[in-house]
Design a protein around this ligand. Structure first.
Ligand SMILES: Cc1ncc(COP(=O)(O)O)c(C=O)c1O
Length: 450
């Protein structure tokens, strides 16, 4: 496939758009532009078809171009384009929150709407601190995240996040944040199928921070049940339960950032259900609207919600939480979310992954003998192929694999030399075969060239 030149595209001059998380200069010399999408496929502006191995950015769980969603959004916009949700409301926001609560783990029964995963993380961290104050534990303000974690790009999320490139340019970050190790253990767990055996003790790092700071200073621990953007790291089998137990022991809130694990990616609506560990707050976004309209949300327990509602004095007009966004519960986003839930429910997409997972696992692990592969990881419909980095050029092999696959009709995603796969949940077995074959050929080609 010949890369699109600006002349070939309808994009015109590419200079003005400062692209996020991108090599702008390289891209603008050799643009890769997407023009259309349907089902499992993108079409480039050059007319080539691209099998979507990443569900966009882990968000298009029901596949592309779902008419039901665009129709629902169009109808909603014609009926009510915008209404504030500050001291006002519109029915769909309440309906959507109620329906969403039905899919969240038992006990998480209130929903705060945001516009993105970053804002969901930010909102969860703020609610955690405010809740501690509300219940008279105002000295609990420390927030604990993990190394290599990704919780979006706002200051709170970056501060508890653990990806060095996302942090180093932006300091000083939010004070009172600290980190535990992540769960990656190549030596003991390489090529494990499903959740690895070793590493539960990584959760005990929280105990060390309790020793260091005192439990009475810690508001919350935030983790991705499976870390995605940092490089796809699985928790060991008992890890999340142990994290929950330690948080309970010290009366610390637990936040699951389920922005990528939510909406069926692991074979249940949420990872919390799949792993049978319930946090106090859940961040979500992406699959919430099938990626169609920007939206995020935070689910919280009744205990947290009620702590804010119980103001003591009967001050009916008092605002309980000074936080929110102009577009919290935006009508078009709620309509997209309702229609996405219709599809997920009707097509059984939350549980379809369980049927597909063994096939996915076998296909992925067939890459174990490809050149430079030092680990293959999988769970649900997530996969990672970890390449040995070139000592003098970290990320070169990963990017070359991405380019090869793009040029041969498949979209994969890379974090340095870790290839992440997370296709729409509608993928068929033959498409899994194609994706893996293209990647296999790519890894061979990359090994020859790099
Ligand atoms: C776990 C997690 N949290 C937060 C975010 C940020 O979401 P957004 O890009 O919608 O702000 C992401 C995005 O990849 C994510 O994976």
């Amino acid at each position: 496939m010949v890369p699109n030149s600006p002349e070939q595209t309808e994009a015109g001059d590419l200079a003005a758009f400062w692209m996020p998380f991108s090599a702008n200069r390289y891209f603008k010399q050799e643009p890769r532009l997407i023009a259309e999408a349907a089902g499992m496929y993108y079409t480039t502006s050059g007319g080539d078809s691209l099998l979507d191995g990443t569900a966009g950015l882990w968000c298009v769980n029901a596949g592309h171009g779902r008419r039901e969603i665009s129709t629902a959004v169009g109808d909603q916009l014609a009926r009510l384009d915008y209404a504030p949700t500050f001291q006002l409301g519109h029915p769909l926001a309440f309906k959507f929150a109620d329906r969403l609560a039905g899919h969240l783990p038992a006990g998480i029964d209130h929903v705060f709407f945001t516009n993105s995963g970053s804002e969901a993380a930010e909102t969860a961290l703020k609610i955690a601190r405010a809740y501690q104050k509300r219940r008279g534990a105002g000295e609990r303000w420390r927030l604990i995240g993990r190394e290599k974690a990704y919780h979006g790009t706002n200051f709170g999320g970056v501060s508890v996040g653990g990806i060095v490139n996302n942090r180093r340019a932006f300091g000083p970050l939010v004070p009172g944040t600290d980190h535990i190790r992540n769960t990656f253990d190549l030596e003991r767990n390489a090529f494990t199928r499903g959740l690895p055996e070793y590493g539960d003790e990584h959760a005990d790092d929280i105990e060390q921070l309790v020793q260091l700071h005192g439990a009475e200073t810690i508001a919350a621990v935030i983790v991705e049940p499976i870390a995605g953007s940092g490089g796809v790291f699985m928790p060991s089998r008992g890890y999340l339960r142990r994290v929950r137990e330690i948080c309970d022991r010290h009366d610390i809130l637990l936040i699951f950032d389920e922005v990528i694990t939510g909406f069926g990616r692991l074979g249940e609506a949420f990872a919390s259900q799949r792993f049978d560990v319930t946090p106090d707050l859940i961040c979500m976004a992406k699959g919430l609207t099938n990626g169609v309209i920007p939206m995020g949300a935070v689910g919280v327990t009744g205990t947290i919600y009620e702590a804010f509602m119980d103001t003591g004095a009967p001050r009916g007009h008092a605002i309980e939480l000074f936080h929110g966004y102009t577009y919290s519960g935006n009508p078009a986003a709620c309509a997209a979310g309702m229609a996405a839930l219709d599809i997920y429910e009707r097509e059984g997409l939350f549980t379809r992954v369980r049927e597909l997972a063994p096939y996915w696992e076998d296909a992925l692990h067939s890459l174990a003998d490809a050149p430079n592969v030092i680990d293959v990881r999988n769970f649900g419909l997530i996969g990672a192929v970890h390449l040995a980095s070139k000592p003098d050029a970290v990320g070169e092999r990963g990017f070359a694999a991405f380019r090869h696959c793009f040029d041969h009709g498949a979209l994969i995603r890379v974090t340095a030399d870790i290839i992440a796969l997370s296709p729409p949940l509608i993928i068929e077995r033959a498409e899994i075969d194609r994706l893996i074959e293209t990647l296999h050929d790519g890894l061979k080609a990359v090994a020859q060239a790099h």
